[in-house]
Design a protein. Structure first.
Length: 122
């Protein structure tokens, strides 16, 4: 079966979260919000990649695993609360988003109730 045919058959969703300092509850409310976003978009239950207690300037093993899986074509959609989870530095966060897009992933973020535009479109 071709990669394209496999993608049409089963979309593979992931969610990525990072928190510093570590969240005792494993960012449960964020996980719930991302699961809701997945359901709203007709996606399957996303696999969790969590770097709990990792600063954005330190090693983030879950993010590295996610990027490796994406590069192998094993992830189609990545759900995040916003690009800030990749890094507090906007440029670095943007580079991570670009890597995921280049691997063929769609990156979905939770819409902000305060945002007047979505992805730069009014």
């Amino acid at each position: 079966m071709s990669r394209a045919a496999a993608r049409e058959r089963c979309v593979r969703a992931a969610m990525y979260l990072r928190c510093y300092p570590a969240d005792t509850w494993g960012m449960g409310c964020h996980q719930d919000a991302l699961r809701t976003l997945a359901r709203q978009n007709g996606l399957p239950e996303p696999v969790l990649y969590l770097d709990n207690g990792a600063r954005s300037c330190e090693a983030r093993p879950a993010l590295e695993r996610l990027l490796e899986q994406a590069a192998l074509g094993l992830v189609d959609v990545v759900l995040v609360p916003g690009p800030f989870v990749f890094s507090l530095d906007d440029v670095e966060a943007g580079h991570t988003v670009e890597r995921l897009l280049a691997a063929g992933c769609l990156v979905l973020e939770i819409p902000s109730p305060h945002r007047t535009t979505w992805n730069g479109v009014s």
